[in-house]
Design a protein around this ligand. Structure first.
Ligand SMILES: [Zn+2]
Ligand SMILES: [Zn+2]
Ligand SMILES: [Zn+2]
Length: 172
């Protein structure tokens, strides 16, 4: 028992340290509230924002029961407009009807209202919608519907061709 605890602590340290400062490598822990999504769909979603290097690895609890968490090794993409020079995935999101969140070392603050990083909802000064660019509504309230898996407009998650075939029937 002691021995496995030490190994677990070692893994946590690996996650917390994550990499050198300025390094774009991260271990991302992604938590889905519902078990219906396949690994392939979660990976497709994550690839919109970051380069996936390995994963997903299941994150079991002490009884080896699935926790809804997947761990990925990723590289953040460069973004000159971002304060830290990297583009970041959204901290909270939905894929189809399945909601989730993700976190990693040195993750910037995420605004749920405009869905940009670098500030919280309370300090949000954004007047332009982050999705369609219009003034007068927040990104969260945008009437333009887009596919939550691939991000394109014109179809929704259910019709997405990038969806994996082994999606759980519970969605229908
Ligand atoms: Zn904001
Ligand atoms: Zn909009
Ligand atoms: Zn799609």
């Amino acid at each position: 028992k002691k021995c496995t605890e030490v190994i677990e602590q070692g893994k946590m340290r690996e996650y917390e340290v994550g990499g050198l400062q300025g390094d774009n490598k991260r271990w991302v822990v992604l938590h889905m509230f519902e078990p219906f999504l396949s690994d392939a769909d979660v990976t497709t979603f994550l690839r919109r924002y970051v380069e996936v290097k390995s994963g997903p690895f299941g994150v079991p609890d002490t009884r080896k029961v699935w926790t809804g968490k997947r761990r990925y090794e990723v590289e953040l993409r460069r973004d000159e407009r971002s304060p830290d020079g990297f583009s970041h995935p959204p901290a909270t999101f939905a894929i189809g009807s399945c909601r989730g969140y993700l976190y990693y070392w040195n993750q910037p603050e995420f605004c749920r209202k405009c869905r940009r990083t670098g500030h919280g909802e309370g300090e949000c000064q954004e007047v332009n919608c982050g999705k369609c660019g219009a003034r007068g509504h927040s990104t969260r309230q945008c009437p333009v519907k887009e596919c939550s898996l691939c991000g394109n407009t014109g179809h929704l998650f259910r019709q997405c061709v990038k969806r994996s075939a082994d999606f759980n029937r519970a969605e229908h």
